[in-house]
Each structure stands twice: as structure tokens, then as C-alpha cells.
Design a protein around this ligand. Structure first.
Ligand SMILES: [Cu+2]
Length: 168
């Protein structure tokens, strides 16, 4: 009888919306080149990947820019965000969504910055999770100054790192 009660309580806890939400969502606050907050992302896990909704201001207007997940969870503006390391690449693949032996799990399509210098996008990455296999919680989202050519090594000639956010 006691065992049955324990099982019932565990089941109730597992079904709790509060606990479920803790596992399935994350946020990331972007900092720009000057180290000041410049945007935000909301991340939601699904059965097959992670949806990333983002809005970032202060970017070069009317331009395609690269968007990646980088490996290390640190955004140090003073050193051009080198602190974030290379792309998140758990499978040791080549860089590039169109590369023969790619892509990195952290590779994602280029995004367009509007005339107001604001990037607004919803991007789905089916190669990662928030907390399970290929987890990205504790890693970084990165915007570069140029578009990614989707092929060249190691990072698609995407240039300087303009905005960085740790997934929390
Ligand atoms: Cu990058």
C-alpha cells in the first residue's frame, strides 16, 4: 500500500507542468560588440529538436548574417567572443549545411537583418536538444558579421563575432 502511494506521488510530480517546463525551455540574453545587452532568445525543446526565437538589435542593416551554436558557454566581449570557442560539433563533422561531410550540430541557416538593424527570426535546429543528447544548455548562440558560405572550413568565412548569448 505504501509503495503504491509512492508511485502515485512520483507520477504526479512527473506530470507537473512546472517541472516539465523547467526541462523544455531556456533563454539566452545577447550581448553586442560593446558588451551591452542587445537582444534575447527563447528556446523550446520539441521531440525532434529545439525551436529558437530571437530578436537582436544593433546589427548591420540589410544584410545576411551567420547564426551558429558555439561550444563554450562564455561571452567575453573584450576579446571578440573567442571565449565561446568553435562551433558545437559533437560528431566531429565538417562545417557547413551543404558540406559533403557536414554539418556541425551547431550549423544553422543564415538570417537577414532588416533596415532597422534588428534581426527577428524563428529557427529550428533538429540536430540538438536542450538537455539530452547534443545538449546546448550552457553553450552559446552566436551572430557573425557576414553570411556563412555553408561549405568552407572551419566556419564558412562568416567573419567577426557580433553578438553572443549563453543558453541558460
Ligand atoms: Cu559562429
Amino acid at each position: 500500500m505504501k509503495a503504491l502511494l509512492v508511485i502515485t506521488l512520483l507520477a504526479a510530480a512527473a506530470g507537473s507542468p512546472v517541472l516539465a517546463q523547467e526541462k523544455q525551455t531556456a533563454v539566452a540574453n545577447f550581448v553586442g560588440e560593446d558588451g551591452k545587452q542587445s537582444g534575447r532568445a527563447a528556446l523550446t525543446a520539441s521531440k525532434t529538436g529545439v525551436l529558437i526565437e530571437l530578436e537582436i538589435s544593433g546589427l548591420p542593416a540589410n544584410k545576411w548574417v551567420a547564426f551558429h551554436i558555439h561550444e563554450m558557454g562564455k561571452c567575453d566581449a573584450a576579446h571578440g567572443y573567442d571565449s565561446a570557442g568553435g562551433h558545437f560539433n559533437p560528431d566531429k563533422a565538417e562545417h557547413g549545411l551543404l558540406a559533403a561531410n557536414g554539418p556541425h550540430a551547431g550549423d544553422m541557416p543564415n538570417q537577414y537583418v532588416g533596415q532597422d538593424g534588428v534581426l527577428r527570426a524563428q529557427v529550428f535546429n533538429g540536430m540538438v536538444t536542450l538537455d539530452d543528447k547534443n545538449a546546448i544548455r550552457g553553450r552559446t548562440l552566436m551572430i557573425h558579421e557576414n553570411s556563412d558560405d555553408n561549405r568552407s572550413q572551419p566556419s564558412g568565412s562568416s567573419g567577426k563575432r557580433l553578438a553572443c548569448a549563453v543558453v541558460e
